[in-house]
Design a protein around this ligand. Sequence first.
Ligand SMILES: Cc1cc2nc3c(=O)[nH]c(=O)nc-3n(C[C@H](O)[C@H](O)[C@H](O)COP(=O)(O)OP(=O)(O)OC[C@H]3O[C@@H](n4cnc5c(N)ncnc54)[C@H](O)[C@@H]3O)c2cc1C
Length: 345
Amino acid sequence: MKTTHPAEWKGILVVGEIRNSRVQPVTLELIGKARELKATCPTVGDIAVVLIGDGVSAALAEVETSGADEVILVDHKQTSLFHNDLYATILQNIITSRKPSVVLLPATAQYQDLASMLGIRLNTGVAAHCVDIRISKAAEMLAVVPAFGGKVLGDILCPAHRPQMATVKPGIFRQAPPISGNKPQISHFDPSAIVAEKLQNPRLVALGNSACATTRGIPVEEASVVVCGGWGMGSKENWQLLNELANLLGGAVGCTRPAVDEGWVEGESQMIGTSGKVVRPKVYIGAGVSGSSHHICGMKDSDLIISINKDEKASIFEVSDIRVVGDAKQILESLIEKIRAIRKA
Ligand SMILES: Cc1cc2nc3c(=O)[nH]c(=O)nc-3n(C[C@H](O)[C@H](O)[C@H](O)COP(=O)(O)OP(=O)(O)OC[C@H]3O[C@@H](n4cnc5c(N)ncnc54)[C@H](O)[C@@H]3O)c2cc1C
């Protein structure tokens, strides 16, 4: 059933993510992809980015040169805490009044929840966790989504409903280079009426920000060197070698799912793959990692991939630039020793 004729919907809306008053890099990555879509299909229309939060106007400078044609600011005290019902209602209002053809959101803990809520309210489809997005000359979006744990890639179209919505994890797309002197139009959306209604009749009350797990050292998705351990590391004791090597190289430690399950790392913040982070470091060193499709899709775009595995037939070697066949513990120990010796000399 058609909700509205697709031709009435025009433009790309990027929903920006703000955390601790800072525009998150995924916002700029989504704007970068939106620029690509607009370059392929100029008739899709302009790119607008919406920023919601208390004092969000201060974050304007961070998106000004991103290439967006318009920045919509939703600056209100009561939006300081993420509240899915409130945020979804604000976005629903913006989307139904502006009718963008494409809406892109971050596939982060909070915003993927928001995307599905919005999809239901707008009676449209949401392609979740896309690894690529393309557009036809007729402004039809094609979202590429991994299925069956990353073994196949599915193409998703949304032919009869608008907007065409997609969510994308941080790190999947690259930020486009800034355009100096770009001056987007600035618009304001006043959410006071929505806030008042939601406060009067709240379904949920946000009391405060929960304590966020603080990452020690460089977050794995921001490190230029990632030393990643897999089940082949064998023990928590051996795991220390990864920390040592990462420290020496000024990098971060990443891991596979079994390392989380074994309790060698705390939580999933360092996990790389379909259900973890996407990394694109200058150097990725994998030790005792088999190379399952779930993991490879999170690290395959690293500039240089070095793998250590005792099995010469391990799948990780198929995507590796340097293959080291041998025992991970022994090789890491000798690598650490050599780096120390070079530094001392
Ligand atoms: C829906 C779903 C989502 C998932 N998402 C993710 C995800 O996001 N990230 C992720 O990583 N996994 C994910 N997984 C799990 C994934 O399928 C694999 O099970 C996992 O990646 C394997 O991790 P591994 O390579 O550490 O372990 P294994 O596959 O057990 O491999 C261990 C490797 O270590 C080698 N080895 C053993 N001993 C040594 C030694 N002494 N020295 C050197 N090498 C040695 C072995 O030869 C082997 O290749 C997901 C699974 C499902 C079903």
